[in-house]
Structure formats: C-alpha cells, structure tokens
Ligand binder design. Sequence first.
Ligand SMILES: [Zn+2]
Length: 110
Amino acid sequence: MKKRSRKGRIEDIALQRIERLFELAEADARENKMKGRSRRSDRYVQLARKIGMRYRVQIPHQLKMRICNGCYAFLVPGENARIRLRGDYITTTCLRCGKQMRRPYKGLGE
Ligand SMILES: [Zn+2]
C-alpha cells in the first residue's frame, strides 16, 4: 500500500472538486430540465474532466457513468439518456450523439 504523500492530498482535493462539480451539474440539470442544450451541467462535467486529467485523478466509477463517452454530455436518464438492462449489462444511450455505453450490471448494487 502506498503511503499518503503530499501529492495524495492534492489528489484528494482534486477528487473533492470533481465530486462537487458533479453535484452542481446534477442540480443544474434538474433545475433546467426540458430546457435542453444550453445547460451549464455539461460545462461542469468538462471542468471535472479537466481537473481529472491535470491531477491524474480518476473520476469515480459512479460519476463516470454520468458522462457520455462520445460527446461528454452530462447524462440525465429520461432526459438526454436512455438506460436499458440487457442481461448482465446496463446499456446507456446518449440521446444527443447516439453513443451507446455498456457497463456490467453486477457489482453496482452498493
Ligand atoms: Zn453523447
């Protein structure tokens, strides 16, 4: 196991920022529901990705699931994303660019 270094603390802060940005994105998406494109939530998500890249922090799995792999939109099920269960997989379809993302269903029940 790695010891917590100074770098580790910076990563913690970066991660906290990422989580906060996703909270903002979620809140904004809820607020501006049905307004469509010009949502700020996509910008929050872009910022979160930038922070992740700059500090080499991985975006937590459950948050990553909310970003489209194709156009990096913040995905809101029932609004700009469609979610289907297929066998052991969850298929998320981005309704903006049509990208489909498949993720194993098992192990997500935490
Ligand atoms: Zn997309």
